[in-house]
Design a protein around this ligand. Structure first.
Ligand SMILES: CC(C)(COP(=O)(O)OP(=O)(O)OC[C@H]1O[C@@H](n2cnc3c(N)ncnc32)[C@H](O)[C@@H]1OP(=O)(O)O)[C@@H](O)C(=O)NCCC(=O)NCCS
Length: 347
């Protein structure tokens, strides 16, 4: 069992969360022990604070610390990610960023509380609420954890909801070599007109000729109409602000993969953060074309372009519950740098 000396250390707690057919149901939680009393213990987990009644604890013990990134490393990566997905309407609250893009995508329409907001925390959250009211939008704050855990606690107290956790993952470049050879062509022009009628998300007989392995990954400096249709389908429409978010980055490439004239896979790569970070976004493969290695090939082509542009690391953001994508990125060598929660004000 735990003692006061364990406060401040990383622990795992096995809790009894119910009884089924006379047998206890367990759930494990991992995090830093921040408080231990006779009745409760409090853990700081990747998803925020968790208060566990001692009566529910089946077993608890210290575990070795993980190598956590420094606060400065989290801030630098969050800034590179913000540059890679630039909201057209922006404000600042001290160091905090305020971002709006006609509501297109969570990241471009949320405040980012990194650094000092130049005022007490409650006043900072009030100011965020006012700024979003002026934009005619609901207030949203993305809280990188554990960096912005105090902001999360303030939002908890105000009853703000939390969307599922997002993993911010990184890997050094170049990537590990792909298992299969890839045929790629890199251009700075619009992609060829071939297949512009088809799009990811459509179903049909595409690829039944066994053409997956010969598919070409084209990297273009601008997205095709079919590529934009994918982005619209994924993120809900395509207001003018969306084009800005997608294209207003100096170093950006749009990956297109066509098979039998249909766009079967897409991806987007950016280089930001003073040239250090390749950012990957909007990786998507037509359902009928999945598990053929196309996502791996798209990411390898974007990574090669990133390396040739000077990037030394890659990052991406993926929802924790996206099993397929998390497995894909693990296989490519990505691991979690930090997490964030998207927090939404109550109506
Ligand atoms: C995630 C996604 C892009 C993967 O595309 P894909 O072309 O099927 O992936 P690949 O064929 O290159 O898969 C490579 C490896 O990733 C892992 N993987 C991919 N999909 C998986 C799944 N559904 N379940 C488990 N592992 C999976 C496997 O290790 C796979 O290798 P294997 O097929 O030899 O086992 C695709 O499922 C997709 O478009 N999903 C919807 C959009 C999305 O969520 N994008 C990511 C947003 S962050």
């Amino acid at each position: 069992m735990l003692r006061q000396q364990d406060v401040g250390y990383r622990i795992v707690v096995r809790r009894i969360v119910g009884i089924r057919e006379g047998r206890p149901l367990f759930s494990d939680a991992l995090g830093e022990l921040v408080e231990l009393s006779e009745t409760h213990l409090t853990l700081s987990t990747a998803q925020g604070h968790l208060r566990v009644p001692v009566a529910q604890v089946h077993r608890a013990k210290r575990v070795p610390p993980t190598r956590r990134p420094t606060a400065a490393a989290v801030v630098a990566l969050e800034r590179a990610a913000d540059e890679a997905w630039p909201a057209p309407t922006r404000g600042q609250l001290g160091d905090w960023l305020l971002r709006s893009a006609d509501g297109w995508s969570g990241r471009a329409n949320s405040a980012l509380p990194i650094g000092d907001p130049d005022r007490p925390l409650p006043a900072a959250v009030d100011a965020v609420e006012r700024w979003y009211a002026e934009q005619g939008q609901p207030p949203i704050i993305n809280t990188p954890l554990p960096l912005a855990a105090p902001v999360g606690a303030e939002l908890d107290a105000r009853g703000w909801a939390a969307r599922p956790p997002v993993l911010v993952q990184t890997t050094p470049l170049p990537l590990r070599p792909p298992g299969s050879a890839s045929a790629a062509r890199s251009t700075t022009e619009q992609p060829s007109a071939v297949g512009q009628t088809g799009a990811v998300g459509q179903t049909g007989a595409v690829g039944q000729t066994g053409a997956w392995s010969s598919a070409v990954v084209e990297l273009a400096s601008a997205p095709s109409a079919a590529w934009l249709a994918v982005a619209a389908g994924r993120k809900g429409g395509l207001p003018d602000a969306a084009r800005h978010v997608l294209t207003a980055v100096d170093l950006v490439r749009f990956a297109h993969v066509y098979v039998d004239g249909t766009l079967v896979a897409v991806g987007r790569g950016t280089v930001t953060g003073q040239g250090r970070w390749l950012g990957l976004s909007l990786i998507e493969v037509l359902p009928a074309a999945r598990r053929q290695g196309l996502a791996v090939r798209v990411i390898h082509e974007l990574a090669s372009w990133g390396v040739s542009s000077g990037a030394t690391y890659a990052f991406l953001q993926v929802e924790q519950h996206n099993v397929a994508a998390v497995a894909l990125y693990r296989r490519l060598g990505f691991s979690t740098h930090h997490t964030y929660l998207t927090r939404v004000a109550p109506h």
